[in-house]
Structures are given as structure tokens and as C-alpha cells.
Design a protein around this ligand. Sequence first.
Ligand code: MSP
Length: 661
Amino acid sequence: MNRFFISTPIYYVNAKPHLGHAYTTIVADCAARFHRLFGEEVFFLTGTDEHGDKIAEAAKAAGQTPAQYADAISALFRDMWPHLGIEYTRFIRTTEKEHVRTVQAALQKVHDQGDIYFGDYGGHYCFGCERFLTEKELVDGLCPDHKTKPEYIAEKNYFFRMSRYQDRLLEHIRKNPDFIRPTQYRNEVISLLESGALEDLCISRPTSRLTWGVKLPFDENYVTYVWFDALINYITALGWPNGENFAAFWPCAQHLVAKDILKPHAVFWPTMLMALGLEPYRHLNVHGYWLVKDTKMSKSLGNVVEPRAMAQAFGVSGMRYFLLREMTFGHDASFSEESMTARFNADLANDLGNLFNRVLAMTHRYFGGVLPETAGADFSKEDSDLAGLAVAAACNWRDMFVSMRFSKGLEALWELVRALNKHVDASAPWTLFKEGKTARLSAVLHTTLAGMRKVAMLLWPVMPEAAEKMLAQLGQAFAPATADAAREMAELVMLPGGTRVETASALFPRRESLASPETATAPAKASKAKEKSLPAGAPAPAKDARAKDAPAPAEVEFADFQKLDLRLGTVLSVAPVPGADRLYIVTVDLGEDSPRQVVAGLAEFFKPDELSGRQVVVVANLKPRKLRGVMSHGMILAVRTSGGMELLTASGAVVPGSRVS
Ligand code: MSP
């Protein structure tokens, strides 16, 4: 059986978890789920790094002992992960006895073979990085990451002979092009190793200065300092040296870090492993930073994004999708609520959500929600082309995900989502139904539903919760252990005849746009000039409903109100009215024998793909009339806002044709 080991950095417990920590851990979870989907045995490790000056200082500031402080913050990390859909195998803490024992065993081994020596040291110590910086690393005398002046410290300390392994490391990196990826980080490390002799690594602090650490087994007046302690966690968790997990998982170990800790992972760690007589890990995957308005997130700037709040606003699935889609792995990315809302609405509410809504509605309308047998379906070249595209998209997705290029993989998957929407538009199931072409209609829906099933399954690593719901809506039981991902790469797997699908999806309701006031008012200005010419039968051209000068409408009797037949329906298709910029021909499923055609003045405010699949309120018994030569059978209700227009809808998914009362 293939195996996969993935680790996140163990996070310092001097501050609460934020978006940056959440991102790395979500990426690790996504990679772990991706490999599980292919039937591999997975070990996913995360945890907290609890020793060192930083934590001792933070604890002091909080009036607690370091142990109390570490317990509390470590718990914040551990308790956060399940709320973000993260399922790790092991949560490690560097204060665990097992870890302390392992660090001491590793130190003793390296010491015994002469790779640790005692020497004088004077150097520029950065408290932020928890390490001595070399002269070369300083920029204008400051730490380039923390922009602080390192403290010059001179004392006797223990050193790891890192320089001894420099050539071997360089050779290993050259021979294994994807040892460190993406390439820009590999190049960075190669030039560092080529630029001169590595300095040996100072691995201790005297207990006179720091007691909150792991005692050196060969000198009780010293503790090991952060990196020699922290990096060892990756093998403690696997039970080095004799644990079964170590034998099983170390050969396929992959680490995941951001660029801030590239050097410790790309230089210190592999040389430490060499000194321990172990093979280096397989891959170091390095990602960029999440920035907020182009600035690094930091507590002092007060721009730290809180992961739980983000998940609450966009759903765990929405949040995970955004993070994986928006950041090109390896590069920095900017976070803003505006970009998050825009991506959520475009990709999830429109493309994916609407596809599910309208195809489920059509399956109910035309086949009572139960799929006919494929044997009687009239498949065409369009269906087989789409099946080919689905397989190609799935293979692209796999190739990208396996090398951590998640945003590219999702792009590949969205090509399929968009092709499925197009397939529905181009095949016009409502016309096939009207014309009684049931065998062709069955083929179109079969192919589309099979594509939707594939999309949902391949989205499981990214958004497990939503993917499982989508699969349930398609009548599909799902368990990662039994999912046959390899088959998904080879064919478009049809849903069997007799499968019952749900009526509506409503997984990704649109989010309010948080656009700035200037951009929000732009469409309102544009619409003013044209207001007068808005035809009847389209949504009422009322100004902002709050307008003070609007005369109050006359009272009506309840009996009069009851004359209106208001119904919820699902938009099946949207097409422009030739020669009328602001009108659309909208077909709406109102649960009747054939869909309604309504001409609506929505084109100024919505793109067609922002409407199809959505549920809308229709005045169903409005007298039919012709608008610009096109018959309109009803009216879609909407509200004009200062920024544009919002549609009336129900708060949850409803069966098309449901009466508003
Ligand atoms: N304790 C060390 C790591 C030891 S690993 C053996 C450490 N901890 S940390 O709490 O500072 O975490 C750094 C990691 O958090 C980054 O490498 C990255 O995974 C994540 N991130 C923190 N801020 C981030 C962003 N702004 N953007 C993306 N990831 C970020 O270093």
C-alpha cells in the first residue's frame, strides 16, 4: 500500500492561531485527504513548539508559568483544527516526555560521534527567529524578517558541525530536483550553499539565561535551543528509532512550511538527519505569505485575520476553497473580504451552486427526481466530448494536487464545472422535454450529473463537508476508503438508473458584496438615465424602496392580495433579448409541465451565470404580454438597492412551484 506522511510546522505558543497557521494546516489536511482518496495510508502530523525565550517571555508577561501558558495556547491550536474540517493523525507538543526523550537521544548520538563540540561564540541573536543570524543575513544591521536589531551575545555554547554535511546536502539537492519545491526556494537554498562555507549551528543556551528547554544529556548546565528541539518532532511522532510508523512513513515524509522557516528546514534539518544516519525527507513544500492589504499580518499592526470568524462568514468549505484557490502555492497572496466575497460568489454561488440547483431541479421536473436507465438514453458526440473533457480535467487536477499546486488543480476542475453549465445551456433540456425527445434528454442529464458527481468527489480534499453534501444530493454514498479515485481519472462514471436525487442544492447562497461605496453606487448611476424606458413585466422600476417622497401605495383587501399567485421557481436558463440591453429571457421551473418564459429587466445587474440555478419569486398569474416581441408569462420580483438590485428568494431551498403565502 502506498503511504503518505505530511507535517505542518509546529506552531509557537506565544500567540493565538491566525489565518497563516490555518492556511498551512488546511493545505496539509487537503493533501492528506487527496492521498486518502487514492487509497493511501496517511499520517498527518501537526502540533505546537513550546520551548524557548519567546514563550518564556510571553508567559511572564501573562503572569503565568511557561507550562501553564503553553498548555493554554497549545489547546487553542488543537481545538481550532476540527472547526476548520482538519483531521490530523497526531498532535505533538514539544513538552511531551516522549519528545524530550527523543531529543536527548538524538543529541547524545550526534555528540557521541563527534558532531557536537563546545566552543566560544559571539553572534547576532534575533529573538524573533530564535537563532543567531550570520553577518550576511543582516540587512542594514537588522534582521530582515523582524526588522529589529539583533542582540550581540558572546558566551560558550555547544555547536553542531553542520559544515561537515554541506557538500552532501548540495549534492542531494542537485540530484533531486523536487527535494525543495517550488523551484524558486530550491534555487535560493542552492545559492546559499554555494555562496560559502556554512557556519556550524549553535544548538544550546546556558541555563543561567534560559531554563525553559530540553536539558542537554551531556551537560546539565545547558538546554538545547529551539531548532534542535523543534525539528526533531517530525521523527518523535513516528517513534524513531524503532517505531513501526517510522519504518513505514519516514521514506515518504513530506514537510510543509512557509518561506519564513526555509533555512531551518532546508539546511539545518537535512544535515541533522544526515548526522543521525537517516535519509533526508522526500519533499519540502514551501509556500508564501498571506498578506493583508499587501502588509504582513501581525498582532502589533492589528490586521490579524481570525480563522473562526472567516469560517463563520463563508462556511468552512467556502473558506478552504478560497485559501486553496486564491494562493498560487509558493507565492504571496493578499487577503481581503472583498476578494473572498467576489470569489465565493463567482465560483461557488454561480458556477458550482447554480449548476447543482438547476440540474437537480431539471431531474425532478423531467424524471420525477429518479434517473432513467442509461440503456435507453440517446448519447451524442457532445456527451462523449464532455466525458473526454471530464477525464482530462480530473487528470490535470491530480497532477497539480500531487505536487501541491492546488490553485492550478482547482482551475482545471472549474473548466469542467463551466463545461457542464455550457452543456446544459447548449442542449436546452427544456426544449428537448417540450419536443418529447426523452431519450436525448436522459442522455444530457446523465452526462451532466455524472460530471457533477466527479466534481464533488474531486472537491472532497478541499471541502469535505460540502462535497459530501453534494454527493448525497446526487444520491451517492461516499466514504474516502471506498472511493475509487483511480477510476475517476479514467472515465466519466455514470450514475446508475434508478438513482434518486434531491430537489435542490442551495449549498452556497450568495454573500453580500462588501465592495467600497464608490464601486457599489456605480451601477445605480448608470441605471438612472434608463429608468424611464424600463418596460412593464420586468421588475418594478421603483427607486430605492426607502425613498421618502414615494407615495404610500393604497391599502388593498386581503382578498385582493390573494388574487396574486406568487411562486418560488428555479431559473433554468438566461438569454439576452436581441436589441434590448437590459432585458433577459429567463426560463423558470415553476413545477409546471413546461418551464415559464419571463422577460425580465435584470441584464443591467446580473450576468446570466449569476442567475441560472437561483431560486426566484415569480408573479405566476400576471397576464402574458409581449415585450420587445418576446412573450413574457409572469414577473420576477426584485428589490432595487442603492448599489444595484437584489432578487427575492426563500431563505432555504424549496421545491419549484411552491406557493408564497
Ligand atoms: N515553531 C516554529 C516552527 C518549527 S517547525 C519544526 C515556527 N512557528 S510559527 O508559529 O512562527 O509558525 C510559522 C508558520 O506559520 C509558517 O511557516 C507558516 O506555516 C505559518 N504562517 C504564519 N504566518 C503566516 C502567513 N502570514 N502566511 C502564511 N503562513 C504563515 O516558526
